[in-house]
Design a binder for this molecule. Sequence first.
Ligand SMILES: *[C@@H]1O[C@H](CO)[C@@H](O)[C@H](O)[C@H]1NC(C)=O
Ligand SMILES: *[C@@H]1O[C@H](CO)[C@@H](O)[C@H](O)[C@H]1NC(C)=O
Ligand SMILES: *[C@@H]1O[C@H](CO)[C@@H](O)[C@H](O)[C@H]1NC(C)=O
Length: 350
Amino acid sequence: MKALVLLLCLAQLWGCQSAPPGAVPGYREPPCDDPETETVAMAAVKYLNENLLQGYKQILNQIDKVKVWPRRPFGEVYELEIDTLETTCHVLDPTPLENCSVRQLAEHAVEGDCDVHVLKQDGQLTVMHANCHSTPDSAEDVLKICPHCPLLASLNDTRVTHAAEAALAAFNAKNNGSYFKLVEVSRAQLVPLPVSTYVEFAVAATSCAAKDVADPASCQLLAEKQYGFCKATLTEKLGGEEVAVTCTVFPSQVADANPADPAAAVQAAPSAAPPAAMAVGPIVKALPAEPPAHRTHYDLRHAFSSAASVESASGEAFQPSKVAKPNAAAGGAAGPMVRPCPGRVRHFKI
Ligand SMILES: *[C@@H]1O[C@H](CO)[C@@H](O)[C@H](O)[C@H]1NC(C)=O
Ligand SMILES: *[C@@H]1O[C@H](CO)[C@@H](O)[C@H](O)[C@H]1NC(C)=O
Ligand SMILES: *[C@@H]1O[C@H](CO)[C@@H](O)[C@H](O)[C@H]1NC(C)=O
């Protein structure tokens, strides 16, 4: 792991480089909670959310580090290290981030960690590079605050995939409109008592009508994509199983979408009881992010890594200035100063 981190750093060069000894560094270090720094961090989080295809929207939790490099010929590059948290809004959900709530610790929170480079030029902020990874909270920590809470389960556990399929079938059976297909299972928890599986998944409308689907495999996604997001609990009962599912279908993604079209909430089966309420004893799942088959969440690593990151499209790669420049803002003459970083924790620390 250490080796990997080092390798990533080497690949980034400027990400790891420290100012030459004895030289006045070419960068300045504004406070992490400076409004200027926060604006840049918010722009970075917006970029992450706009480019995520799976899982949940991220929200800013803490700014860990900031360096601002002059960029030739114009502008500045903000080199930021930020921590994010998963919200309860799926990335396909059009709800604005301000209206999304943070996934709480008891629900098994997931933290993101990103290195970003943001160019500020003529008042415009452009994300040039983003390198992230994300990790669920440790089982120990979840159980410390909530001893009976179910932990995140592997997304391709057979009970999880079965629960998602059964819930989607129940939704389609009550649905007058399009037949919906599974897009992804987004998170899941195995609840020991009563034996049940809680699952959240994304769906998409197809050209087939839900009422008469002969061959689901032949149903194509609509050209004007319409997504939905479902939460379901499948409870195992004597002699069968019971599924409760609630799906929210988002407005179609038309070029000029009809803003009057409200998101339709469709309810099937009795509404689900809070799945965590009666859980007894943890079910611990391995959390390695590496074999995607057994992952419990969508690691941001897969969306934003060194390889996948978007480098400056302007053609001119960002290079930290090699020329040591005296820096008024950093003011070495002002005497020793407590570095006001990392910044405040906006929600909670994992
Ligand atoms: C977001 O929250 C505000 C304030 O609570 C509310 O007025 C607004 O309708 C919400 N927007 C959406 C899309 O939920
Ligand atoms: C589904 O169709 C039936 C009969 O056409 C109608 O009575 C019912 O209200 C419809 N349900 C929904 C949710 O639109
Ligand atoms: C999980 O996924 C992998 C590959 O996608 C597959 O080989 C494996 O059998 C799956 N495990 C379960 C329990 O379905």
